[in-house]
Design a protein around this ligand. Structure first.
Ligand SMILES: Nc1nc2c(ncn2[C@@H]2O[C@H](COP(=O)(O)OP(=O)(O)O)[C@@H](O)[C@H]2O)c(=O)[nH]1
Ligand SMILES: [Mg+2]
Length: 374
């Protein structure tokens, strides 16, 4: 795909665009092991939960980044410390609109986020950008990891950009991302944009942590490819046909009409809100102000009807269940007896000496014997 990123200049370029700020895209953490009050990373002063919490609440960007690193760490000590920090800032969370953005790779999600982000900052908002990318564990990459992306936005003092956590299953990534949203809110970011790549489960996961979900489409890329068959459209609160510029504008308008028709037959993702299709150009900024108006309308409508609060409550409950599932799973697979027995049973299954059902039963019994006296 042609990269004309360098020519991109929205007409409402913020005054300080292009100027250097001491702001960088912060790297995700590796699995750091350490004791309770060790700093994350080398040669950093050990900090207490209060130090972290105060830093977050003051929007000290270094400390915010370090808190997220703590959240993303897989070490037990970091986990405990991060929970303490979260507890301290909890009362200051929740005051943002959380927006998820999905679409196939190349649809223009990162470009869109940068353009929308710059627009919002120009209008006095504080914008946090996060990514949820379950594939990053496989590819070792991150959908926001490419440093050439969001160059202008990352220079803005009112923007905070964080690529996806670098390790963990999607479940693990989810916990980290949810907690990262909370600390960003505590630091005063009132718009949280979450980019996710359109692969299977990740849209459902991101839908479960945002208030509003946007699906970015491009004209002529094939419906199947873009998730129509996967039912992603049914998760979306707005469908945006991006790249409606230059020669592509007509095609984009046509695609929009087709989607609009199709949408009438689908159940809306949010009670009391009709999902519609729109066009925009992340490159020129066309359609972006209108989209922000739409987002505000969505927020107003759903807050008035109670759907907004209802969804957040529902999401908290779902979060608890997913943590329980994750906890059980981790506990199970890390259980000494299971670790010992699983490879044995695996061979027996492969040799057809035991049925998979029986093997699973045996393992579960072994695991639960510890907890339940039958
Ligand atoms: N013409 C045009 N190109 C765009 C637009 N938005 C993004 N692109 C280009 O499409 C390519 C992929 O964009 P990117 O934001 O990385 O897509 P992502 O993979 O969905 O995050 C880049 O070369 C962008 O410059 C747009 O609105 N119009
Ligand atoms: Mg991207």
């Amino acid at each position: 795909m042609k990269n004309d990123k360098k020519t991109y200049k929205p007409d409402w370029q913020p005054e300080n665009a292009g100027k250097e700020f001491a702001v960088k895209v912060v790297k995700g953490t590796e699995n750091t092991v350490g004791s309770k009050y060790v700093a994350v990373g080398k040669k950093q002063k050990a900090l207490s939960a209060d130090d972290y919490a105060d830093g977050v609440l003051k929007n000290d960007r270094t400390l915010l980044a370090r808190t997220i690193t703590l959240i993303e760490s897989n070490s037990q000590a970091h986990h405990q410390l991060s929970q303490e920090v979260l507890k301290k800032v909890l009362s200051k969370t929740g005051n943002s609109i959380r927006i998820g953005i999905t679409g196939v790779p190349g649809a223009g999600k990162s470009t869109f986020i940068e353009t929308l982000g710059l627009y919002l900052i120009k209008h006095g908002h504080k914008v946090a950008v996060l990514a949820v990318d379950p594939s990053s564990t496989v590819t070792k990459g991150s959908i926001l990891g490419d440093k050439t992306r969001m160059e202008n936005l990352s220079k803005e003092p009112n923007a905070f950009i964080r690529p996806s956590p670098s390790s963990g299953t999607l479940g693990g990534v989810t916990r980290k991302s949810r907690e990262t949203i909370l600390v960003c809110e505590a630091a005063g970011y009132n718009v949280v944009l979450i980019e996710t790549v359109g692969v299977g489960q990740s849209e459902v996961t991101v839908r479960s942590m945002v208030d509003l979900f946007l699906l970015l489409q491009i004209a002529g890329a094939g419906d199947e490819l873009q998730g129509i068959k996967k039912g992603v459209i049914e998760l979306a609160d707005a469908l945006l046909v991006n790249k409606a510029d230059g020669d592509n504008e007509k095609k984009a308008e046509m695609a929009k009409s087709e989607y609009s028709n199709a949408l009438h037959y689908l159940q809306p993702a949010t009670k009391g809100w009709q999902t519609n299709a729109y066009t925009c150009s992340a490159l020129t900024g066309k359609g972006i102000p209108e989209l922000w108006d739409l987002i505000q309308k969505f927020e107003k409508t759903t807050k008035e009807s109670g759907a907004f609060a209802e969804r957040r409550k529902q999401q908290s409950i779902e979060w608890v269940y997913s943590l329980i599932e994750e906890g059980l799973k981790n506990n199970f697979y890390n259980h000494e007896k299971i670790k010992e027995k699983l490879p044995e049973l695996r061979n027996e299954i492969l040799d057809e000496k035991i049925l998979p059902t029986k093997a699973a039963e045996n393992l579960l019994e072994l695991f639960f014997k510890k907890y339940i006296s039958l």
